[in-house]
Design a protein around this ligand. Structure first.
Ligand code: 5AD
Ligand code: SF4
Length: 500
């Protein structure tokens, strides 16, 4: 049984892709291992959004050069956005790579891995034939031509439909794709090129998948799309299922799912109907991740975001009017070309005005193939980017602390995700032996620190037993930091996990 090691970089979409690919490969007889040195096949599911994410993969590939020398039968695959973006140039830089597979071709990956493994054992170490085992599946530029599009869609749909749950899989929190690709073409972003055009999945397939996962123990399902709220499925008879329709339908069709979420939203596409669906459906979490990127109209225009700062504020007002308890997170790019102090200050004002739960702040990274790298010079120097980044973080921290402090004394609903890594690590370094560390005999059972999230996506830590993972509990908040709330368990299981 070939052993497979896989590492995933990047967004939730990649996490889901890896899960689907792993489940297919397991069905083909591959055994997943956690130690790269034990593997016969090493796969990296990669991200190209920022240069830093790509550098990590380059360095992993560099490390594998020696492993391949020691074991010429080792199969190395680069899959996901970086494979699509870099293409065959990866072979030139790292000739020991065997497989390249873009995110739009992942349905082909199991047979590609299989072919590479078979060829590898038959040609052994003959250098001249190494190229024979190379397997490549990339969309290339052709995918934006629609004649090939529908065929590609059907294949990819099969990958999502093939999803199965094996005993022992932890699916208490699960992702379900509703849309692939992106049509927005923000000038800084590689995603429309690596993931291709926007394609919406049929609503029935989505409902069936959410139901199957819930029947097998999922307590929280997150619907995924690059611009998730732009979902609109056109049926063969011409009628359209909108994002609001889909939310109502999923909510109604799966009454035993305690939590339904969705990410990532695009500000301009939010209809009142979709906000009303959130308000009306009690099990839809009142959480929005809706990146603003900047609050300067000039920069927003250069980014091709298609909205003004005021339109963004109006949207936030609309959401808060309908749902005063809504929790909102944003993304920002700091140091976009030509960004001035004034532009930057307007972004700080927006963070204060919207009172984001948190913001993901990224320094602008020019990406090959995008419009921005061709048209605009990366003229904000690194020191300025870093300073503005820190200023934004400081304002966001202040806002988050205020936001979180308001919860002190309240009882919130928390879904337990597991043990708090921070606390567990501290306990380990203090040489306390914990029950979950099976390699060590248990000297003393310590009350573990658990971590979970509220419906608004706030992180909550509290003492409790590790067996509570996956359950939805009531926790009284006693203390607040900018990123974390601390509390005490007040009641056991509002919704116990189902037996798989
Ligand atoms: N540089 C920096 N950040 C970027 N993002 C996307 N492309 C870039 C880039 N070239 C950020 C955006 C997006 C998030 C996923 O990554 O903020 O919302
Ligand atoms: Fe990239 Fe813009 Fe599409 Fe988001 S909406 S994936 S930032 S192009």
């Amino acid at each position: 049984m070939p052993r497979l090691y896989m590492e995933t970089f990047g967004c939730q979409m990649n996490v889901l892709d890896s899960e689907l690919v792993l489940s297919q490969l397991r069905a083909h007889g591959y055994q997943q291992v956690n130690d790269r040195d034990e593997a016969d096949v090493v796969l990296y599911n990669t991200c190209s959004v920022r240069e830093h994410a790509e550098q990590k993969v380059w360095s992993r590939l560099g490390e594998l050069r020696a492993s391949k020398r020691g074991n010429p039968n080792l199969i190395i695959g680069v899959i996901g956005c970086m494979a699509e973006r870099e293409g065959k140039s990866i072979f030139q830089r790292y000739p020991h790579v065997d497989i390249l597979c873009g995110p739009g071709e992942l349905d082909k990956l199991p047979s590609m891995v299989h072919n590479a493994v078979l060829t590898s054992s038959s040609i052994a170490n003959r250098k001249s034939q190494i190229a024979n085992r190379r397997q490549v599946a990339l969309m290339g530029a052709t995918t934006r031509r629609s004649s090939t599009l529908s065929a590609a869609e059907d294949h990819l749909e099969l990958l999502d439909l093939s999803r199965s749950v094996s005993p022992g899989d932890d699916i208490s929190q699960a992702y379900v794709r509703i849309t692939r690709g992106c049509n927005k073409f923000c000038t800084y972003c590689v995603v429309p090129y690596t993931r291709g055009p926007e394609v919406h999945r049929p609503p029935q397939n989505i409902i069936d998948e959410v139901k199957m996962l819930t029947d097998h123990g999922a307590r929280e399902v997150t619907l995924l799309g690059q611009t998730v709220n732009h979902y609109a499925y056109q049926h063969p008879d011409g009628h359209t299922t909108t994002f609001a329709d889909l939310l109502y339908q999923v909510h109604q069709a799966i009454p035993h799912l305690p939590r339904l979420r969705f990410v990532t939203s695009f500000p301009r596409d939010f209809t009142n109907e979709a906000l009303q669906a959130m308000r009306d459906c009690e099990r839809i979490c009142r959480y929005l991740h809706v990146p603003a990127q900047s609050a300067s109209d000039r920069i927003l225009k250069l980014m091709n975001r298609g909205y003004t700062s005021q339109a963004y504020r109006d949207f936030i007002d609309r959401a808060k009017d309908l749902m005063p308890d809504i929790s909102i997170a944003s993304d920002f790019i700091v140091g976009f070309p030509t960004e001035t102090e004034e532009d930057h200050k307007s972004t700080l004002d927006l963070i204060r005005y919207c009172g984001f739960k948190n913001s993901f702040i990224f320094k602008y990274s020019p990406r090959p193939g995008t419009v921005a790298i061709d048209r605009f010079e990366d003229d904000v120097d690194e020191d300025t980017k870093r300073r503005r980044n820190n200023e934004m973080l400081a304002v966001q921290q202040q806002v988050s602390t205020e936001h979180n402090s308001r919860l002190i004394g309240q009882t919130v609903e928390v879904m337990v995700e597991g043990e708090s890594k921070l606390i567990s690590r501290q306990k380990r370094s203090n040489n306390v032996e914990l029950g979950w560390d099976r390699t060590i005999a248990v000297a003393e059972i310590v009350q573990t620190q658990l971590v979970g999230r509220t419906r608004g996506d706030q992180v909550v830590c509290f003492d409790g037993d590790a067996s509570l993972k996956g359950q939805i509990l009531r926790v009284k908040i006693t203390r607040a930091q900018n990123l974390t709330l601390f509390g005490q368990l007040t009641a056991l299981a509002i919704a116990p996990p189902l037996a798989v």
